[in-house]
Design a protein around this ligand. Structure first.
Ligand SMILES: Nc1ncnc2c1ncn2[C@@H]1O[C@H](COP(=O)(O)OP(=O)(O)OP(=O)(O)O)[C@@H](O)[C@H]1O
Ligand SMILES: [Mg+2]
Length: 276
């Protein structure tokens, strides 16, 4: 599967919650990477501040800059920056996000490199799939290289008029980026969260993209994922998240037929901020 980018338009439709739900419930080993330029929220949220805030994307970026982009250092630093979300198995890992949005400028030249690195984790031993929480794409310093490299670009929307209306221009921006950089829109899909007046097929028709996952309103489980507690895979949100994996894999398979994996990977792997 490799790299799945999750993002939103306006509002807080539940990107981070969906990312955590997928990370806990999908069959493969997972890394959830908090790449939201406006900051990560899981250390203070789900993990309730119990893990020291010294690990994550920013220390990884600093180490990478200090070692002038040496690939072996990026690899070893990366594993040192992860937090085990379901210890001790090390199968559900978190790369914590920024603690200060002001740091996002430092990351801008590194997104290309990180995108290539995340894509490669599928081929490691053991193999990991990566979900990148890219946050709201309206924020400055959008990590576009992650979306270019992603095998699935999933916009999280709610089936309500405000959410659908705000998704229209954001999808326009995503389509423009993917057309220019990947020459294909086949990675694009929607994650529908919660209930509202519109059905999945109506949302899909309005936005011109397939709904590949539907997550129910489940305030209790969402509350656990937002503020901490016991994750129970039997809860509706996590069962739906597990069930969504197959649909995301279909999207990825179709995308890989359109854009053969090796070609994308080679471009990204040599990325040094100037490739694209
Ligand atoms: N499926 C759900 N059912 C009920 N509540 C949900 C669901 N998903 C998310 N929420 C709630 O909605 C709020 C926003 O969720 P979340 O933080 O995941 O959104 P986000 O899109 O990542 O927001 P931000 O842009 O601020 O990072 C939280 O209070 C969360 O508990
Ligand atoms: Mg979030």
């Amino acid at each position: 599967m490799a790299l799945v980018a999750l993002a939103s338009a306006k509002g807080s439709p539940g990107v981070t919650t969906a990312g955590l739900a997928f990370t806990f419930s999908w069959a493969t080993r997972m890394v959830l990477s908090e790449c939201d330029p406006s900051g990560g929220s899981i250390l203070a949220g789900y993990l309730q501040g119990q893990i020291d805030a010294g690990r994550g994307l920013m220390p990884l970026a600093v180490a990478d800059l200090r070692h002038s982009g040496a690939n072996d250092r990026l690899e070893s630093e990366f594993w040192a920056q992860l937090v085990d979300l379901a210890p001790p198995a090390r199968q559900r890992l978190l790369l914590p996000g920024l603690t200060d949005p002001a740091q996002s400028g430092t990351l801008a030249p590194l997104w290309n490199r990180f995108a290539g690195f995340f894509s490669q984790l599928e081929f490691g031993d053991p193999s990991f799939d990566v979900i990148a929480d890219c946050g709201r794409l309206a924020a400055p310093a959008t990590p576009w290289p992650l979306l270019w490299a992603a095998d699935a670009v999933l916009l999280v929307v709610r089936p309500t008029l405000p959410s659908i209306a705000s998704a229209v221009p954001t999808l326009g921006a995503i389509r423009a980026q993917l057309s220019e950089r990947v020459a294909s829109l086949s990675s694009l899909g929607l994650v529908l969260v919660g209930s509202g007046p519109y059905s999945a097929s109506e949302v899909s028709g309005q936005l011109g993209a397939p709904v590949v996952a539907t997550l129910p309103d489940d305030p209790k489980t969402a509350g656990v994922l937002s503020t901490g507690g016991d994750v129970r895979l039997s809860r509706p949100l996590l069962r739906a998240a597990a069930g969504a994996e197959a649909g995301v894999r279909v999207l990825i398979d179709e995308h890989r037929q359109q854009v053969p994996r090796r070609a994308v990977r080679r471009e990204v792997a040599v990325g040094n901020g100037h490739t694209f």
